[in-house]
Design a protein around this ligand. Structure first.
Ligand code: CTP
Length: 419
């Protein structure tokens, strides 16, 4: 990573237990030679002190909208515009709600509303609060407004619960800061205008994407699943929509928000997924990213299976329909491009080539899902692109970048088919 010298960060620290990680973030930003100015919300002061933040940033900490000295020293407009990037960490449910609805009752929310610079939010809150429809709705609104997000991560939380809601680690936030700064610090165009700009490559095309794992239940409370997070499939659906396509995403159970501008249908099992895919066809491009379970359990119990020391249950598995093969082998209404993914932990290329032919695909995106690769659930991906004529190795990239490149490649191929 090359250091970005003298960029100015305005760090808004919200009131949550994760505020302690903001101190480490400041340290890391300073190590990378960023100039950091910090703002504490009233609640943040319950978790970290002004003195510790001031010592780490080496500059004055702001916390009061009405303090005269703030206005004479540096007005809130100036404070919000002086930075190259505003980082909100932790971004509490309260701060996210205020920003999504344009409330400006305190210094932090006023700065966020008054800025003309990009905002990066690192949410942190209890899992129920994060998954609450109100929070998800607010995050969606903010994404539409061009706010970038890093995290939250899944894991053990300070409150003892488990799930998505943990603030990303300072190193992750730093990486996101650098990415946003490298991209563009302008506030982007409103979503509808941005889509118009990007439109063209897939305008007027219909794209169907499957994503996430499937769950195959064997009683009302238990199921067989896999580690797919849906991040890559959702990123592809979002990238296709950004390129102007009419996108339908059929998603297995994931902890992700529905991508913007994408019609998202939620399913649980492989058989449900196949049904929705068949209903959603025809399409110009089908991209099967889902880690579809290979089997379902022959008999699903209607009541919870009880433990019985004398008899351990034995599950009989039945092969699931292969959705990708069903689409690839359609004699009527086959999409012009059928793209599959191949998740392999050994003999990557060889196995992927077999899938390309067996499922009658136009392209297979092969990735190594061995334990050491960190692909499943991770942020980045290293893929090989296989077509009947060609094979190509792409460098490790984040899943959004893989999605953008893949969409651009498919748009080119589609134009080449003359359909
Ligand atoms: N796929 C599918 N339906 C299935 C199984 C897989 O649509 N029942 C699709 C996946 O979405 C992916 C591709 O087929 O695009 C390859 O999936 P993968 O899990 O790598 O391979 P499988 O065909 O399941 O074979 P195996 O698990 O033996 O490697």
């Amino acid at each position: 990573m090359t250091a970005i010298v003298e960029k100015r960060i305005l760090l808004i620290i919200g009131g949550g237990i994760a505020a302690y990680k903001a101190l480490e973030l400041i340290r890391r930003l300073r190590e990378r030679r960023y100039f950091v100015r910090a703002v504490l919300t009233g609640a943040a002061k319950e978790f970290v002190t002004k003195l510790s933040v001031e010592s780490l940033t080496g500059s004055r900490v702001y916390d009061d909208l009405f303090a005269l000295t703030d206005e004479s020293g540096m007005g809130h407009i100036e404070l919000s515009r002086d930075a190259d990037l505003l980082v909100v960490a932790p971004a509490t449910a309260d701060l996210i709600t205020k920003l999504a609805h344009g409330l400006a009752g305190d210094l932090a929310s006023t700065l966020l509303l008054a800025t003309d610079k990009k905002i990066l939010a690192a949410p942190a809150m209890n899992v129920r609060m994060w998954l609450h429809p109100a929070t998800q709705r607010n995050c969606k609104l903010l994404q539409e407004d061009g706010v970038s997000f890093v995290g939250p991560e899944e894991g053990e939380m300070a409150c003892g619960e488990h799930g998505p809601g943990r603030m990303s680690e300072p190193a992750e936030i730093l990486a996101a800061v650098e990415k946003v700064l490298l991209r563009d610090t302008r506030i982007p165009l409103p979503e509808n205008l941005a889509r118009k700009e990007a439109a063209g490559v897939l305008a007027g095309r219909r794209v169907l994407v499957t994503s996430g794992p499937t769950h195959e239940p064997f009683d009302p409370v238990r199921y067989i699943a896999n580690r797919s997070s849906g991040k890559q499939g959702h990123a592809i659906a979002a990238a296709a929509a950004a390129a102007g396509a009419d996108v339908v995403l059929i998603s297995g159970p994931v902890a992700l928000a529905d991508p913007l501008g994408v019609k998202t249908l939620h399913v649980e099992t492989a058989r449900d997924m196949l049904r929705e895919v068949e209903t959603a066809l025809p399409a110009d491009i089908f991209i099967g990213v889902a880690a579809v379970a290979d089997w379902h359990v022959a008999k699903t119990a209607h009541t919870k299976i009880k433990k019985n020391p004398k008899q351990t249950p034995c599950l009989t598995l039945v092969e699931n329909p292969d959705i990708l093969a069903a689409v690839g082998q359609r004699s009527k209404g086959r999409p012009a491009l059928v793209v599959g993914f191949a998740a392999e932990s050994e003999k990557l290329i060889e196995n992927a080539q077999v899938k390309l032919a067996a499922k009658n695909c136009d392209m297979i995106v092969a990735n190594d899902v061995g334990e050491a690769s960190g692909v499943l659930g991770g942020e980045s991906n290293k893929v090989f692109i296989l077509t009947k004529e060609d094979k190509e190795s792409w460098p490790t990239m984040d899943k959004q970048e893989v999605a953008r490149r893949l969409v651009a490649r498919l748009a080119g191929m589609l134009a080449g088919t003359g359909r």
